[in-house]
Design a protein around this ligand. Sequence first.
Ligand code: DC
Length: 219
Amino acid sequence: MIVAIDGPAASGKGTLARRLAEHYRLPHLDTGLLYRAAARTLIDEGRRLDDVAAAVKAARGLALIDFDEVALRGREMGEAASVVAALPEVRAALVETQQRFAKRPGGAVLDGRDIGTVICPDATVKIFVTASPETRAQRRALELRSRGEPSNYAKVLGDILHRDRRDSSRSTAPLKPATDALILDTTDLDVEATFREALRLVETQLDAKDATQLRSAVP
Ligand code: DC
């Protein structure tokens, strides 16, 4: 089973994807880390974020293990990743790695922006996680504070709106729900309620697929 989780920044998709992966005992790939790691390499090498050749080289050189999450998780890296992720050449360089991960025996859970639309168009279940920008900004501000980073709410909200605009308006693989994605609005849901609702969506989808297969097997 392949579970595709997409959604905007701080929607809760990462936490949800981890929980679903644990529940179904599937490997999980947070694809945002790939773009964050590519951006980190460019910054460490003192290059511009729009240096396409260097960005593609950085993307191709990534291994899916041992991401230094502490170095990649901060606000600055999220913003830099969003810039690098808008380069079509970088996205193309990362497609195969993500698809190979998804096709592991038994399946996988992947979260990102284009999993249901581009990386795994045939995913078993697609969930598009969303929440109001204000709720997402509150969550992100709390998360930053817990890591000891500056967390001015108005600034965090501004960053989120700016990132939403860039991620949704780029020409290649923009952030948008797949036509067959199930929408999960977490504005009024905590982590536990989000997980329960997502489980219900996955199970309903699996039942529906089983029923379709049974129907098509009847002569
Ligand atoms: O999910 P995140 O905040 O770690 O992602 C950081 C940035 O990377 C995000 O603003 C857009 C980009 N991204 C993307 O374009 N496609 C993905 N599948 C995952 C992330």
